[in-house]
Ligand binder design. Structure first.
Ligand code: F6R
Length: 609
C-alpha cells in the first residue's frame, strides 16, 4: 500500500526521493508526490499514475533543494486524484506531510479545524495531520513538539514524515501501527516506510517503535520517546542485498522469486536440526509449555491463510492437536475459544497486515500464546508476538506471494514436527527422516524449475478461458486454493478452488466443453478418489490439467495435459506441487498481457482493515 520516503543531506533530494519511490512501487499505489524544501519555501509536485510520470514532472519543475519527503498513495479516503495525492500541506503551505495508515477520527478533527478557520483542499484523512501540526506549531514553533502534540489528538494508524519551510534541513517522523525505518547514509539521513528504499545507502537502520519520534538532519538523527525525551536508537543490521530489488536477468520479479525457492527452503531449514533434535529457539517457550498446548489457531490472510490450511493437515496429522485455520478478518470479530493453553500462529509475509495484527492483539488479550511467522525483521507481527519464526525468503517484490509462501509452508512444517516431537507423537529417528526428506524438496523444486515446457503448454491451452476450477483432496485441496488465488490475482482469469469431493455438490454445473479443471493428482492416499473426480469432469467435457507424480502413466488416460513433479511424501506435496501452479499462473498472465508483478487493485502490504 502507501509508501513514504524522506531525505535530508548534502546532495539534491529529488533524485533520492524518486529512486526511493521507485523501490516502493511494488507495494501498489495510484498516485505519487514529493515536497522539497529550499530557501525558506516548500515546493510540491503530485501526479496520478506511475512514479515515472512524477519523475518527469519533477525534472521539468527543477525541484532543487537537499531536504524533502515523498509518497506513493493507495487510495483509502478520497478517490485516486492529484488533489488527494500526498504530500498534503497546511493552510499557509509551510508544513508538508506524508502519511501511511488511517486517521480514524479525521471527520471530527476536520470539523474542529474547519471551525477554527482551516481550509482543506483534499478529501483525505491525512490532510488533518498537516493542519493539526500547523495549529500546534503556531503555539510552540518546534516541529518535533508540534508533531508530538498533533499525534496525541489522532486515533488510528500512522507513519508520518513532516517538513517545515521554517526548519531548514529537518524532517520529523513518527509512527503508530505503521512501519518507519531510518538510517544515516554517506550523503545524509533517510527515512522510509520500507527498508528497501534506503538499503543502498545503509544497512544499519532503526526500526521505529510505536509512539517514538525522530528528527533527521543532514548529519545526525535524534530519537525521542512518546514523552519527548531523547532516547538511544536500537540499530538493526539488514543482511540481505540490494540485488533483491533487481530482476537479475529475469523478465519479472515473480519469475525471479519463484526461482529463488530452493534457496528459501535450504535457508529456512539451516541450523534447525541440532544433534538430531529439532530446535526453534526463537519461539521462546519451554518444552513443558509447548507440551501443554491443546488447541492451535492459525490466523492469516490470502496466501498466508493457504499456508495455514496446509499446516492444519500437518499439525493435526503429526502432533494430534486440534487445529483451526481462520482468516484474520473473521477471527478478530468472533469470540473464539481461547485458553492459556491455546497457541495462535499468526502468518504474515509483510508482518504488517492490519487484520492479522488486530487478531494477534485480540488473541493475546484473551490469554493465548502467539507465534508469528513473518518475513520481515522487526515488523509489527514480529514485535507483537510472543515468539517469531522468520521465513528466510528475503524481500519479496512481486505483489503475488510465491517464495514467501513456500518459506511459510516450510516454517509451519517445522512447527508441526516440533509439536510432534514435544508431544512425543513421533520417534526421533522418524523426525530426522522427515527432516531429511523436507530438505530434499529443495532439489526437487530445482528439478521442477529446470523444465517448464509442460507448464507452458498447459498455459497456452488455458489462456483464453474465462474461468477455471482447481481441485484436489486432502493436501491437494489446500494447494488448489493457493493455485486458484495465484491465477486470478495476476491473470484476471476467474478461478475457484474446491475440495474435489465437493464438485458434485454444485461446481460441476459449471463444466462444459473445454472448461479448464486443474487437478492436484499426486500420489497420495486419496489418489483414486481424485481420479474418479477427474472422470466425472472429463465426462462433462472439461479440459483437464493434472499435476501428477513422475512415473504415473495412468493419469494420461484422464488428463489432457500432465505436469509431472518428483515423487515426495504426501505431507511435503504442498511444497513441490505449488511451484508448477505458480508457474502456470504466471505463464497464463504473461500470455494474457498482464503485468505480473503489479496486478491491478492489489497492494503488497494491506495495512488497512
Ligand atoms: C497473494 C498475496 C496476499 C497476501 C495477503 C496477506 O499473492 O500475497 O493474498 O498473502 O495480503 O499478506 P501478508 O502475508 O503480508 O499478511
Amino acid at each position: 500500500m502507501c509508501g513514504i520516503v524522506g531525505f535530508t543531506g548534502s546532495t539534491a533530494a529529488s533524485p533520492v526521493l524518486i529512486e526511493g519511490l521507485r523501490r516502493l512501487e511494488y507495494r501498489g499505489y495510484d498516485s505519487a508526490g514529493v515536497a522539497v524544501q529550499r530557501n525558506g519555501q516548500l515546493r510540491l509536485v503530485h501526479r496520478m499514475g506511475k512514479v515515472a510520470g512524477l519523475a518527469e514532472a519533477v525534472e521539468q519543475e527543477q525541484l532543487e533543494g537537499t531536504c524533502g519527503i515523498g509518497h506513493t498513495r493507495w487510495a483509502t479516503h478520497g478517490r485516486p486524484s492529484t488533489a488527494n495525492a500526498h504530500p498534503h500541506t497546511s493552510c499557509d503551505g509551510r508544513i508538508a506531510v506524508v502519511h501511511n495508515g488511517i486517521i480514524e477520527n479525521y471527520v471530527e478533527l476536520k470539523e474542529e479545524l474547519e471551525a477554527d478557520g482551516h481550509r482543506f483542499t483534499s478529501q483525505t484523512d491525512t490532510e488533518v495531520a498537516a493542519h493539526l501540526i500547523e495549529a500546534a506549531y503556531a503555539q510552540t514553533p518546534d516541529l518535533v513538539e508540534a508533531v508530538r502534540a498533533a499525534t496525541q489528538r489522532m486515533a488510528g494508524a500512522y507513519g508520518l514524515a513532516v517538513i517545515s519551510a521554517d526548519e531548514p534541513g529537518a524532517i520529523v517522523v513518527t509512527r503508530k501501527d505503521s512501519p518507519i525505518v531510518i538510517g544515516m547514509g554517506p550523503d545524509g539521513a533517510r527515512v522510509a516506510s520500507d527498508v528497501i528504499a534506503l538499503i543502498d545507502a545503509t544497512r544499519d537502520v532503526t526500526v521505529m517503535a510505536d509512539g517514538e519520534l525522530a528528527k533527521l538532519s543532514p548529519t545526525e538523527i535524534t530519537y525521542y520517546n512518546a514523552a519527548g525525551q531523547v532516547v538511544d536508537p536500537k540499530i538493526t543490521h539488514i543482511d540481505w542485498d540490494i540485488d533483491v530489488a533487481e530482476k537479475g536477468g529475469y523478465p519479472d520479479f515473480m519469475l525471479k522469486e519463484i526461482h529463488e525457492q530452493p534457496r528459501v527452503i535450504r535457508d529456512t531449514l539451516a541450523g534447525r536440526l541440532v544433534d538430531g533434535t529439532l530446535a526453534i529457539d526463537e519461539l521462546d517457550l519451554s518444552v513443558e509449555e509447548l507440551n501443554l498446548i491443546d488447541r492451535v489457531y492459525v490466523i492469516a490472510c490470502g496466501t498466508s491463510y493457504h499456508a495455514g490450511l496446509i499446516a492444519k493437515n500437518l499439525i493435526e496429522g503429526w502432533a494430534r492437536i486440534p487445529t483451526e485455520v481462520e482468516v484474520a478478518s473473521e477471527f478478530r470479530y468472533r469470540n473464539p475459544i481461547i485458553t492459556p493453553t491455546t497457541l495462535v500462529v499468526a502468518v504474515s509475509q509483510s508482518g504488517e497486515t492490519a487484520d492479522t495484527l488486530a487478531a494477534i492483539r485480540d488473541a493475546r488479550c484473551k490469554g493465548a500464546k502467539v507465534f508469528g511467522i513473518t518475513n520481515v525483521i522487526g515488523s509489527p507481527v514480529a514485535r507483537e508476538s510472543d515468539g517469531v519464526i522468520y521465513t528466510k525468503a528475503n524481500k519479496e517484490i512481486a505483489v503475488a506471494s510465491t517464495k514467501s509462501f513456500l518459506g511459510q509452508v516450510v516454517s509451519l512444517t517445522l512447527l508441526g514436527l516440533l509439536l510432534a516431537q514435544v508431544k512425543g507423537k513421533m520417534r526421533t529417528n522418524q523426525i530426522r527422516l522427515l527432516f531429511r526428506e523436507l530438505a530434499d524438496t529443495a532439489a526437487q523444486v530445482e528439478s521442477i524449475l529446470s523444465d517448464v515446457s509442460a507448464i507452458d503448454e498447459a498455459a497456452l491451452a488455458c489462456k483464453d478461458a474465462s474461468s477455471a476450477l482447481f481441485i484436489g483432496r486432502g493436501m491437494g485441496a489446500a494447494i488448489s486454493y493457493e493455485g486458484a488465488l495465484k491465477l486470478k490475482e495476476i491473470s484476471y482469469l476467474h478461478a475457484e478452488a474446491y475440495a474435489a469431493g465437493e464438485m458434485k455438490h454444485g461446481p460441476i454445473a459449471l463444466l462444459c466443453d473445454g472448461f479448464p479443471v486443474i487437478a492436484i493428482a499426486t500420489q497420495s492416499p486419496v489418489y483414486d478418489k481424485v481420479i474418479s473426480n477427474l472422470q466425472e469432469s472429463k465426462a462433462r467435457g472439461a479440459m483437464i490439467v493434472a499435476v501428477a507424480t513422475e512415473g504415473d502413466e495412468e493419469i494420461r488416460k484422464h488428463a489432457d495435459h500432465v505436469i509431472y513433479i518428483p515423487k515426495v511424501r504426501d505431507c511435503f506435496s504442498a511444497i513441490t506441487a505449488s511451484v508448477p501452479l505458480q508457474l502456470l499462473a504466471r505463464s497464463i498472465a504473461v500470455l494474457r498481457g498482464c503485468n505480473v508483478d503489479q496486478p491491478r487493485n492489489l497492494a503488497k502490504s494491506v495495512t488497512v482493515e
